[in-house]
Design a binder for this molecule. Sequence first.
Ligand code: CP3
Length: 352
Amino acid sequence: MSTPVASPGPSDSVLVRAARRQEVSHTPVWFMRQAGRSLPEYRAIRADVPMLESCRTPDLVSEITLQPVRRHGVDAAIFFSDIVVPLQAVGVDLDIVAGTGPVVAHPVRTRADLERLPELTPDQVPDITESVTRLVAELGDTPLIGFAGAPFTLASYLVEGGPSKNHERTKALMHGDPELWHDLCARLAQISLAFLRVQADAGASVVQLFDSWAGHLSRADYLRHVEPHSRAVLEGIHATHPDVPRIHFGVGTGELLTSMAEAGADVIGVDYRVSLTDAVERTGGRYAVQGNLDPALLFAPWPALEHRVREIVEEGRQAPGHIFNLGHGVLPSTDPDVITRVVELVHEVSAR
Ligand code: CP3
């Protein structure tokens, strides 16, 4: 038998080091929605299985999470699940409709509706513990990113009853009944935090809080009605898992970057509308940054894409830590070979 070689383990991986603003050998890279419809092997395995059922089946979760790691050589796996999984686990009647997104049978709009939304306890998601435990064992030194939806984004799905362009019912509740709004967000913060803790307890090395729709809010509304609840999640996970860095991400959040970073992030997610240079400046150079290639650029001719990737790697050097990613998720019709090529390019041009 050969002598075992000491392995650094996922907590000392390039991605975790970048998140902690430590020295790295190259810029780590992963992609939001790296697991999913852009991969033929994903489409094959999901062919006859509804989305939420696949999220609750450990064999499928492990396989789907590992597919992009094998294919692209990314520096992290993201747990295959969805932000609405913990809502389903506490009993919310919902479905994920292909091409649409989460649809909730009975929207939450009154005090009585809120009273029917229980807290999440770990025994409601034993499958999540099992999936994460298995994945961490299989991934070896590659870190697993756990995630949850932030209270505002979850509230939007629950209050609207599905995806929404204008979030009008959500904002009407926020402003029309602030007390109910805060109680709803406090409950959702408990659910998000419990979901993150289950993943971190089972070995996730990093967590990302997705507040995808926060960019629809003014800074004043964000600070008053949303930030305290996202802070509760980010500070809560830090209190129990101080070694697990926190990424905080939203779309169209140029005006909110400082507030979202200060809510308790180690890494601020930057979408493609704001340059990494501006993001570093707005957050005072105190946070690692993640981003921010426009997902649509994966469809551009290679020289144009290559040029932009190189620029982003360069801009990222101004940050105390940089994790290369897209500015939002991989679009389903993306050519997966282009993604692999971007991973190779990021590794090559960032090698120190
Ligand atoms: O690879 C990964 O990023 C991990 C898995 C992941 C999924 N959803 C799988 C998924 C993650 C991190 C999410 C988070 C999520 N889910 C967010 C936040 C991130 C973001 O995109 O802003 C949001 C808003 C949701 C809600 C949701 N679920 C939407 C809007 C959709 C897309 C609907 C569609 O069909 O276009 C989903 C479904 C979903 N979640 C898919 C995947 C791979 C597509 C399901 C399929 O294959 O049919």
